[in-house]
Design a protein around this ligand. Structure first.
Ligand code: TYC
Length: 109
């Protein structure tokens, strides 16, 4: 006795048509992008990055920046690995170019 999918596959095979759907696909892992506080990076610079890189509104960006400023660390967003890695690189690159010590990292959810 098979399930409906397997019977469907058998009928497809009789006609020589391969339509097997794979039931074991996995959702891509998700990664938190974290922003770290420091004493030197200007608040406006952090807000600008949150708007430019993470597509936050001015209000959202200000809230996240103040959260990081007060708690030492905060979440900018949750993305697949490639997207998270790219955003971290964009933040670190912009910080370096402006000589700010801003740090940003990612962690698996
Ligand atoms: N603490 C910084 C200041 O007082 C502002 C700041 C916020 C820096 C968030 C980094 O991730 C950061 N200018």
């Amino acid at each position: 006795m098979g399930n409906d999918d397997e019977r469907g596959n058998e009928r497809d095979n009789e006609r020589g048509v391969a339509t097997k759907t794979r039931p074991k696909t996995k959702k891509p892992s998700q990664y938190r992008v974290l922003l770290l506080n420091d004493d030197y990076t200007p608040m406006e610079f952090v807000v600008g990055l949150l708007m430019g890189v993470f597509k936050k509104t001015q209000e959202e960006a200000t809230k996240i920046m103040m959260d990081v400023h007060q708690n030492g660390i905060g979440i900018c967003g949750i993305y697949t690995f490639e997207v998270a890695e790219t955003k971290v690189a964009q933040v670190l690159d912009a910080a370096k170019r402006h000589d700010h010590p801003l740090k940003c990292t990612l962690e698996k959810t």
